[in-house]
Ligand binder design. Sequence first.
Ligand code: SAM
Length: 278
Amino acid sequence: AAPMATPDGPDAPPEFDTSQPTIARVYDALLGGKDNFAADREGAALYLKYVPDAGRCAIENREALVKGVQYLVRAAGIDQFLDIGSGLPTQKNTHQAAQEINPEAKVAYVDNDPIVLAHGRALLATNNSTIVVTADLREPQGILENKEIQAHLDFSRPIALMIVGIHMHFHDDEKPDEWVRTIMDRLAPGSYLFITDFVDTGEPLQKGMEQAGLESLGNGWIRTPERIEQHFLGLPLIPPGLDFLARWFPEDPEADVPDVDELQPYQRILMAGIAKKG
Ligand code: SAM
C-alpha cells in the first residue's frame, strides 16, 4: 500500500487521499496556508508557472470576499450567510469578516471537500454562530434540505448566498446557474447573491490561468463578462456592478479606482459582483 502522507499542519487529519490535488488544498497552498500536501503544492506550482502572481490573485479574491461581506453586514444589514465552496476557514474568511462587525451573524459553510469539515470542526468548536457542512453545489436540493443548515439559518429572513471563487470549477455544460437558481428561489426577498469568477477579456494571462487549472485540477475555465453576468440570474447588481476585484468597492462605489489598463495583468483575472433579490 502507498504510505500515508504526512500532513504538514500539526492537527491535519491523516485520513484523506493526499495523492491527488484538491481545489480547496491547492487554493490553500496559493494563499500561503498549511493545510495542503505535496500533490497540492505541485498543483499550486503549476499555477505559478503560468501565472507567477497566482498567489496574489488568491489573496485578492479573499480580500474581495471580505469587502463583499463587510458591505452585506454593514450596508445591507445581512446577518445570515450561506457560503458554498467556502474553502478552508484558516485564512480570513466569511465568519471572521461578518462576526467582527456583528458577533451574532450566522454563517453556514458548505464545501464538498471533507478536509474543510475536519478543519472547520476543530476551528469552530467554540463558535456557536458558525457551522460547517459537507455537501455539493451540484445537488442544491440536498443543501436546502440539510437539517443542520435548516436549524442554523432562518429561511423566512434574508440570507446572503455566497458562491465565491467556485463557478470556474464547473463547465457551462453542467449548467451551474441552474443549481444556484434552485437555492435563490428558496431565499426570502431582500436576500443577496455574491459571486466571483475567472474572466476572459482576451488576455494571455487569463488563458494561462485556465491552462494551469486544466493541467492541475482538470477544471478552472474562464468566461466572458457577459457570461458571468448571467450567473446573477437576471437579479439587479448593486453598484459598482460586476468589475475586476481591485476596482470593486461595494461600500464605496464612487471610490477613485484605477483604469482597467492601469491594473497589473494578474489583477485582470477575477471579477466580483453582488445582486439583490427584490
Ligand atoms: N470561497 C472561498 C474563497 O473564495 O476564498 C474558497 C474558494 S476555492 C477556490 C473553491 C472551493 O469550492 C473549494 O474549497 C472547493 O472544495 C469548493 N468546491 C468545488 N466544487 C464544489 C462543489 N461541487 N460543491 C461544493 N463546494 C465545491
